[in-house]
Design a protein around this ligand. Structure first.
Ligand code: NAP
Length: 474
């Protein structure tokens, strides 16, 4: 098997060390990847630093042409990319195709975002001392950046770093998750083919332990991190003088009110709770249902959960594949058992075969249990009952996290109340919290993060405003 090279300082490189990528479903070796040395890391950072000076001045037509071409190449390589995601991340192939399609769409949106990313003409003559002055504000790229990404959307979340960096005029040294570097490397190939100057993006498949320079090196002026809260906040504490954006985890909730279309809500909560075995930062983990429609909701929800097909990600019929490691499967089984031992009712699922866990539904769960208060990142949902809408909102907010929340109601006043009261980065009305439009400002409050993503919003994080005040008469 040929060992995959990594991209550093504009060149595809090999090294003396390599590591295996394993299929999370059956443990088979999918590929081997060369592992960068400390020298490779140094070369990549130095190249990003050097290339920044010319790249930050690249004209708009050049940057938008790269993004447009990247969109086309992603769409053209749909099957190769989807199969790679399925093999390295264990994502069901039909879900993986959806990730590829969203990635192509994200690059198209990036073209619009880049073209619309203009500055501001500022009326500065607010007092006599400023008479005759005109103000202009334009955003400038902050410098070379590092980007660190998780395993669960190994293509799309990398595109959420590459596209705004290209758009904003930043250079980037990227570290993919150790489990899933292949999609990143394929996307890097696409970026180069689309015309990105090779030194602008490096992809270094390092372990977290080997990635210290990507966090600490002062030549990298910012860190854009997507991953768990434990790792993200730890990195931010290390580099408090840098620009850091954190896209972290959650235990998202959906509220199903008594006036909702219960069948529709049940169908959407199945999609939100079990897609990619619940391994999404906005997976629908807690479902809070009005007491008057609780039984109807369960009657619609449970048969659909039981009908989900769990198994091999490469099987076209599979809805729920494995979780990423056997260790994660162990933890999830433990959490389900712990909930049962403290009085919860396991309505269905939870059986385990290898790293595949049958979709589980729990009710009557203590709010001190891990499946309620922590991020489960598992094919499970917890159903809870409420009487007053305000109680439901309080339960949603009863969390250290705050990424997104879904509210199924047709009452505009309640939608607005939820929008004002919920401590989250986004409220999704009439749908599950797992819905994300790739051009919305996306990110969390509380432990769920710091800063926003979505190309236009990420470009704001990667740039800073600079004022030009012109004294017209001089
Ligand atoms: P993770 O364990 O935090 O890892 C994320 C990335 O950080 C990986 O590339 C990892 O490398 C790296 N890393 C770990 N320790 C590091 C260190 N000391 N220095 C530098 N890099 C380090 O998260 P994960 O398990 O891959 O992904 C799941 C998490 O991501 C969940 O919490 C999920 O909610 C969150 N997530 C958030 C969003 C969002 O947009 N808000 C989207 C997707 C996922 P290794 O792989 O080598 O350990």
């Amino acid at each position: 098997m040929e060992i995959k090279k990594f991209l550093a300082a504009g060149k595809w490189c090999s090294s003396r060390r390599s590591f295996e990528i394993k299929n999370p479903f059956n443990g088979e070796i999918v590929d081997h990847v060369h592992k960068p040395s400390a020298d490779d890391v140094e070369r990549a950072i130095a190249a990003a630093d050097k290339a920044f000076d010319s790249w930050r001045k690249a004209p708009l037509y050049e940057r938008s042409a790269i993004l447009m071409k990247a969109a086309g190449l992603v769409a053209e390589r749909r099957e190769t990319l989807a199969k790679t995601i399925a093999l390295e991340a264990g994502k069901p192939i039909k879900t993986a195709r959806g990730e590829v399609d969203r990635t192509a769409g994200l690059f198209v949106d990036a073209v619009a975002a880049v073209r619309g990313f203009s500055g501001e003409l500022l009326p500065v003559d607010i007092n006599p001392t400023a008479e005759g002055r005109k103000g202009i504000v334009k955003r400038f790229p902050i410098g070379p950046l590092s980007a660190i990404t998780p395993f669960n959307f190994p293509l799309m979340l990398v595109a959420h770093k590459f596209a705004p960096a290209v758009g904003a005029g930043c250079t980037l040294v990227h570290k993919p998750a150790s489990a899933t570097p292949l999609s990143s490397l394929l996307l890097a190939e696409i970026m180069i083919e689309a015309g990105t100057p090779a030194e602008v993006i490096s992809v270094l498949p390092l372990s977290g332990d080997d990635a210290a320079a990507l966090v600490d090196d002062p030549r990298l002026k910012g860190l854009t991190f997507t991953g768990s809260a434990a790792v993200g906040w730890g990195l931010k504490a290390r580099v408090f003088r840098k620009r850091v954006s954190l896209e972290l985890g959650g235990n998202a909730a959906a509220v199903v009110h008594e006036d909702a279309d219960v069948d529709y809500a049940a169908e959407r909560c199945v999609a939100g709770g079990y897609a990619y075995a619940g391994q999404s930062c906005i997976s629908t983990q807690r479902i809070i249902v009005h007491e008057k429609v609780y039984d109807d909701f369960l009657a619609a929800f449970i048969p659909q959960v039981e009908a989900l097909k769990a198994g091999d990600p490469l099987d076209e019929e599979t809805d729920v594949g494995p979780v990423i490691t056997p260790g994660d499967a162990d933890r999830i089984s433990r959490w389900i058992l712990e909930a049962k031992n403290s009085g919860a009712n396991l309505v269905c699922g939870g059986e385990r075969e290898g790293s595949v866990i049958r979709p589980a539904v729990l009710e009557k769960v203590a709010h001190s249990a891990n499946v309620w208060k922590k991020e489960a990142f598992a094919p499970l949902t917890v159903i809870e009952k409420y009487g007053e809408f305000e109680d439901a909102l309080r339960m949603v907010n009863d969390s250290d996290f705050g990424l997104q929340a879904g509210v199924f109601t047709r009452d505009v006043e309640r939608i607005w109340q939820a929008y004002e009261e919920l401590e989250v980065g986004g409220v999704i009305a009439g749908d599950m919290p797992t819905f994300r439009a790739d051009n919305q400002p996306y990110g969390g409050v509380k432990d769920s993060g710091f800063g926003r993503e979505g190309v236009r919003w990420a470009m704001e994080e990667m740039t800073e405003p600079k004022a030009l005040i012109i004294n017209i008469r001089r």
